[in-house]
Structure formats: C-alpha cells, structure tokens
Design a binder for this molecule. Sequence first.
Ligand code: HEC
Length: 171
Amino acid sequence: MFSTAHNLFQMKNALFVCSLILLVSCGQNENKENQMRRQIDSLRQNLDNTYKPGLGEFMSGIQVHHAKLWYAGINSNWKLADFEINEIIEALDDIKKYNADRAEVKSIGMIYPAIDSLNASIKKHDQEQFKAGFQILTNICNNCHRATAHEFNVIKVPETPPFSNQEFKPQ
Ligand code: HEC
C-alpha cells in the first residue's frame, strides 16, 4: 500500500514530467517558427536580388522590333509584321509588370491608340495605312520620351534594315 504522501509525490513527479514535455515541445515549435522565419527572410532576400530587366533594356528591345516591324510592313510581310507588333505589345506588358516602380511608366497609356490602329492596318494588309500608322506610332514614342524628360532619345522611321541576317520579304 502506498501512503497518501507517496501518491502525492508521484503525482507531483508526473506533473513535472508533463510540464517538461510541454516545455520541450513548445521550444521545438518555437524553433520551427524561427526556422520558417529565417527561410522566408532568405527567400525574400533571394527575390530582391533576382535579376529583372530595366526600362532601358525593354526600350532597346522595342527599338529592334520597331525597326523590324517597318521592314516587315513595307515588304507586305504581314505575318512578320503581326509578330513584331505583338513583341512590342509584350514588351509594354512587361514594362508595366517589372518597371511599375518607375514614374515614367505612368505615361505608357498614350501609345495604345497608335498600336491599335497600326494593328488594324496589318490585319487589313493595308500598306498605305500601315505607313501612316507607323509614322504616328513613331511620333508617340517621341512624345513619351519628351513627357518623361528623355527627349534626347529620338526615334525615327528606319532608313536601312536593322539586320542583314534576316529576310524581311515574305517567302
Ligand atoms: C512610357 C513612355 C515611353 C514610351 C511610350 C516609349 N518610350 Fe522609349 N523610353 C522611355 C524612357 C523613360 C526611356 C529611358 C529609359 C531608361 O531610363 O533607360 C526610354 C528609352 C528609350 C530608348 C533608349 C534605350 C537605350 O538604353 O539606349 C529607345 C531606343 C526607346 N526608348 C525606344 C522607344 C520606341 C521605339 C518607342 C515606341 C515604339 C518607345 N521608346 C516608346 C519612355 C517611353
């Protein structure tokens, strides 16, 4: 037979062991939480350090597609023209996505009416409308450059094909 005092002692012991287990498991949870937090912090740091193209790089890409678009259009290569104008549209989408922190991007909306009308001329295979639309698009490029204090970046209708290693005539 155990005495009441002995029972009490055992109960206290059991309680002590229980709270110890609780403490240890709480500590483990806290460790896990800290671990997670550290992982999130390092992921965030990785994201901040991820390379993302700047506005100037997107613009240089647009410059190439602008020139190719002209030679596609004046050669009535409508499939290529359609491809090139879509490359410009994609670059504009990327600018809005990746360069949203640049104040200049707020002016980007001015370009869409010119893109839409040029797109319509491509769909209609209308070279006269294409040439007029291309000049308007080019003027808008410069309007935006002026609006964003980059008036020294002057875009014009190209005078020579941008690349000798690409065929602009339809095959
Ligand atoms: C949102 C207004 C805006 C529109 C629309 C726009 N640009 Fe730009 N462009 C800029 C800004 C701002 C810069 C300077 C970017 C920088 O800081 O590097 C620039 C720079 C450029 C550059 C110089 C890139 C370099 O680093 O040498 C070229 C080329 C260019 N744009 C071409 C075009 C063409 C072609 C179009 C029209 C199809 C166009 N841009 C439309 C705002 C615009």
